[in-house]
Design a protein around this ligand. Structure first.
Ligand code: ZN
Length: 329
């Protein structure tokens, strides 16, 4: 059976640089320096908000960050892409969607998919509130070869009903072959938590029913809701029933099942198969950093669950590879 992974993160140097800048901005002795009080600048050095200063010691900060996380330095996008392909080979995975996981990092994942076009499909996170968001979205899918716009409404504090969201979806919808990924439900970013970075997300904005409204407006665009709606399973199923272009990815440990007492991942798969059917489920692992690499355990667990639901081998083949192939040929 061909295995494709619809949900992995491309944690590039640009991604970690963004985190390092955010962490620097939080350093306690820097607080209050931003006003540029000369005495404080003498005492503490230039304000961290000063880009020249931050860039000057970014390399030091990055190395500190990798040490703190105990994660590998990803190096160039090309080196990270090679690392991913080795990892996919080792896991027996044919292709994977890799998400540029900070706004503005389209170039990293574009370089990765250009280097391994038969293995890597590039997705990119976009903040619709950025002034250039529609142009960036259009450029990413029509010039940089990326295939998935990733919206995180709870993170970027832009509702799915907002005109700015509509503009970026419109931009992507005009390019054939691109999908829109919308993170709904609970959102926790492990690396932010590990680094003590605040995550002031508005979880109310990640509503699958709002995805259904967009999906109805753009019926030819595939929409992907990860983790079965990450806690909003009922709403995700309702949205999928209303819109044939809404898909789920099965990624991560799906630990959100604990929000519904007694719910198991087996039951989630059964419900999703009953409502959306096997052709709208995309296996995903939510793998992200190295040296951990590709999350084989998630794959093995889900293979077993799908087998236990009584799904036919043909249906399992769709979930673990065929649907991805159809959406991203
Ligand atoms: Zn993820």
């Amino acid at each position: 059976m061909i295995v494709n992974d619809a949900h992995c993160h491309f944690f590039s140097t640009a991604f970690f640089s963004a985190l390092a800048r955010q962490k620097a901005d939080l350093a306690p002795h820097r607080a209050g320096v931003r006003g540029g009080d000369p005495a404080k600048v003498r005492l503490y050095g230039p304000a961290v908000g000063d880009p020249a200063h931050v860039e000057a010691d970014l390399q030091v900060r990055l190395n500190d960050l990798y040490r703190e996380l105990q994660w590998d330095n990803p190096g160039t996008p090309e080196a990270l892409a090679d690392c991913w392909v080795q990892e996919l080979d080792a896991g027996g995975v044919q292709r994977a969607a890799l998400i540029a996981s900070v706004p503005g990092d389209e170039a990293s994942v574009a370089a990765a998919s250009a280097r391994h076009p038969t293995r890597i499909v590039g997705f990119f996170m976009l903040d619709p509130s950025a002034a250039d968001a529609p142009a960036r979205a259009r450029h990413a899918v029509s010039d940089q070869g990326l295939k998935g716009l990733c919206l995180f409404p709870a993170m970027h504090l832009v509702s799915l009903d907002d005109e700015r969201t509509l503009r970026v979806v419109e931009a992507v919808a005009s390019c054939p072959g691109a999908a829109v990924f919308v993170h709904c439900g609970v959102l926790s970013v492990g690396v932010r938590r590990k680094l003590g970075l605040p995550s002031r997300f508005d979880l109310r904005l990640g509503d699958p029913l709002a995805v259904s409204r967009l999906a109805l407006a753009f019926p030819h665009v595939p929409f992907i809701v990860p983790h079965f709606g990450a806690g909003l399973l009922r709403e995700a199923l309702m949205a999928a029933e209303a819109c044939v272009n809404i898909h789920f990815d099965t990624s991560s440990s799906n630990s959100w099942v604990r929000y519904t007492p007694g719910l198991t991942l087996d039951a989630v798969f059964k419900a999703a198969l009953a409502v959306a059917g096997p052709s709208r489920l995309l296996f995903g692992s939510d793998s992200s950093f190295f040296p951990r690499g590709w999350q084989r355990g998630i794959y093995e667990q889900q293979r077993q669950i799908v087998a236990d639901t009584g799904a036919s081998p043909a249906d399992a083949a769709l979930i673990f590879g065929g649907n991805f192939e159809r959406l991203f040929p």
